[in-house]
Structures are given as structure tokens and as C-alpha cells.
Design a protein around this ligand. Structure first.
Ligand code: PMP
Length: 306
């Protein structure tokens, strides 16, 4: 098939890509009652390694809690399934997508009688916003769609249904010729990107929006905070960032499993800094890629080799 992979793990079995199917009356299809993860496996100097797999697994199980989704497989089973999928398909680097959702039993809102179905797919995936984006930065716009508050939907859970908010924001931005959106929260302050966290650089210090700003606590965000602090930067990881502060920032960048570390060169057609990747972003991005390609011994605990 077009993704160059032929096997998916579904409910405990390895199945052919075209056989990995669900019933049309799947609860999660109707009400978005699913949770998922996005993880990357990198082709490192020491062979393929999954980046921060334990933290992704933690978040996967925790995402199920508000919805009473009890994943009926152990961490070891999910780990072995994932590694076996990557090995079988001879992938060196890939994106990993675990998903768990309420399947079909009955279609009332209460899903407690529905089975929890689980699947894992892996496929090669390059730079999410493009190779050029990593070098030159992306042009973004403020979305007219606000991020839902964590008093409406838990934003620290990675739930399938609420991603319609991200889809709307991304469609609007790309429809208007931008590469990505920045979404404000209910208070009108900066939340995050539709699939990315955001960092701001001002006077040599880093700011990233705090968990109370209705964000997903990104694992790349956490990694960047650690890397930046270890490089000697002051990081304000519980910042409230107003819309206006974006325009006057020295530098801005996105972080995410898919987006990695992507500079933002303009917001609503206003150039940020010099309108290209700034020096702090460059230092952090360079370090990030050194780490994930294992050209350093630091942060070895972040890697799970196949
Ligand atoms: N925010 C949202 C809404 C996301 O979908 C993602 C991607 N999972 C992120 C932030 C970044 O999280 P991570 O670094 O764990 O991929």
C-alpha cells in the first residue's frame, strides 16, 4: 500500500493492513470515545530507538481514565507489539500510532457495555510540516476557533473526538495559505498549536504555556524544557502568554512528536524576530536532533531500542 507497510496490530493479533477494520456502529466512531498516542522511532547511531516510549505509554493509559477506558493489554504487550511491528516491516524510523476506543455493543452515550478495542499502526513519516519548515520556519495565523477549556474536556488526555477542534483550526489556517494555526484558550490567551506546543523566546529566556492554559502536556515540550535548562536557559514552563506578546516575541517555535522543533517565522503576517529561525531556536533544535540521532550520550534513558 501507499504507506509501504502491510501489517497492523489489532486486539492482540498482527493482521493485514486491509483487514484492520471496525464496525460502522463503533461507539468511538459516533461519539469520539477513543484515546491515542503519536510516537516516533528514530534511526539512531545505535540502531532504531523509540523516543520516550515509557512517557507515551503513561499518557496513553492516563488518557483513558476520564472515560473509564481500561486498556485490556499490559505495557509489556503493547511494547512488544510495537517493536515487532517495526521489526517485521524493516523500518528504521517511523511514526507509531496506538489507539484505543469503545467498539460496538450498543449506541447509547454510556459506553460501559462496549468493548475497548486497541490497535497500533506504524508507518514512515518525515518532517510533519516539511523539511523546509524545520530550516526556514512556518507562517502561522491565530485561529478564530478557541481551544476548549479543561473544564469542558480534559485537555491533558489525548482523546480522539476533541481533535475536531484541531482539525477546524488547521483547515482554517491552511485554507488561508498558512502552514499551521495557533489556538487561543477561553480566556483569549495562547494555548498551543492544533498538534503542537508553543515556546516563546524573550530576552534570552524561554516561556511555554502552562498546563492550566488548556494544553496537552507534550512530551516534546517536556524534553525541550529539560534540554534548554541543561543548556543553562531559564524556562518559564507555566507561562500565560497573551496574543500581543506573540507579535513582539524575539523568537517562537512549535514542539511536537510530529512537528519536532519547528521555528515560527510569522504570525498573522507579522514577522517574528528577523523572520527566520532565531539563534536560540537554532541552538535548541540542533541539540534536539543531536539527542534523537544519538550523536551524544546524554538522555540515554529517553530511548528504547528495538
Ligand atoms: N498539543 C496537541 C494538541 C497535540 O496534539 C500534540 C501532539 N501530540 C502536542 C501538543 C505535542 O505533544 P507531544 O510532544 O507529546 O507530541
Amino acid at each position: 500500500d501507499e504507506m509501504d507497510v502491510d501489517t497492523i496490530w489489532q486486539d492482540g493479533e498482527f493482521v493485514d493492513w486491509e483487514d484492520a477494520q471496525v464496525h460502522v456502529l463503533t461507539h468511538g466512531l459516533h461519539y469520539g470515545t477513543g484515546i491515542f498516542e503519536g510516537v516516533r522511532c528514530y534511526d539512531t547511531e545505535n540502531g532504531p530507538a523509540i523516543f520516550r516510549w515509557e512517557e507515551h505509554l503513561d499518557r496513553f493509559y492516563q488518557s483513558g481514565k476520564p472515560y473509564d477506558i481500561d486498556i485490556p493489554f499490559s505495557r509489556e504487550e503493547l511494547t512488544e507489539a510495537t517493536k515487532e511491528l517495526i521489526r517485521r516491516q524493516d523500518l528504521e524510523s517511523c511514526y507509531i500510532r496506538p489507539v484505543a476506543f469503545y467498539g460496538y455493543e450498543e449506541l447509547g452515550l454510556n459506553p460501559s457495555n462496549c468493548p475497548v478495542e486497541v490497535a497500533i499502526a506504524v508507518w514512515p513519516w518525515g518532517a510533519y510540516l516539511g523539511e523546509e519548515a524545520l530550516e526556514e520556519g512556518v507562517d502561522v495565523s491565530i485561529s478564530s476557533w478557541r481551544k476548549y477549556g479543561s473544564d469542558q474536556i480534559p485537555t491533558n488526555a489525548k482523546t480522539t473526538g476533541p481533535y475536531v477542534n484541531s482539525v477546524l483550526a488547521n483547515l482554517e489556517a491552511t485554507g488561508n495559505g498558512y502552514t499551521e494555526a495557533i489556538v487561543l484558550n477561553g480566556e483569549g490567551n495562547v494555548a498551543e498549536g492544533p498538534g503542537e506546543n508553543i515556546f516563546l523566546v524573550r530576552d534570552g529566556e524561554l516561556y511555554t504555556t502552562g498546563l492550566a492554559e488548556s494544553i496537552l502536556d507534550g512530551i516534546t515540550r517536556q524534553s525541550l524544557i529539560t534540554i534548554a535548562e541543561d543548556l543553562g536557559y531559564t524556562v518559564h514552563d507555566d507561562a500565560t502568554i497573551s496574543r500581543g506578546e506573540l507579535y513582539t516575541a524575539d523568537e517562537l517555535f512549535f514542539t511536537g512528536t510530529a512537528a519536532e522543533v519547528t521555528p515560527i517565522r510569522s504570525v498573522d503576517d507579522n514577522e517574528i524576530g528577523s523572520g527566520t529561525k532565531g539563534p536560540v531556536t537554532d541552538e535548541l533544535q540542533t541539540k534536539f536532533f543531536e539527542v534523537i540521532e544519538r550523536r551524544t550520550d546524554e538522555y540515554e534513558a529517553w530511548f528504547d531500542y528495538l
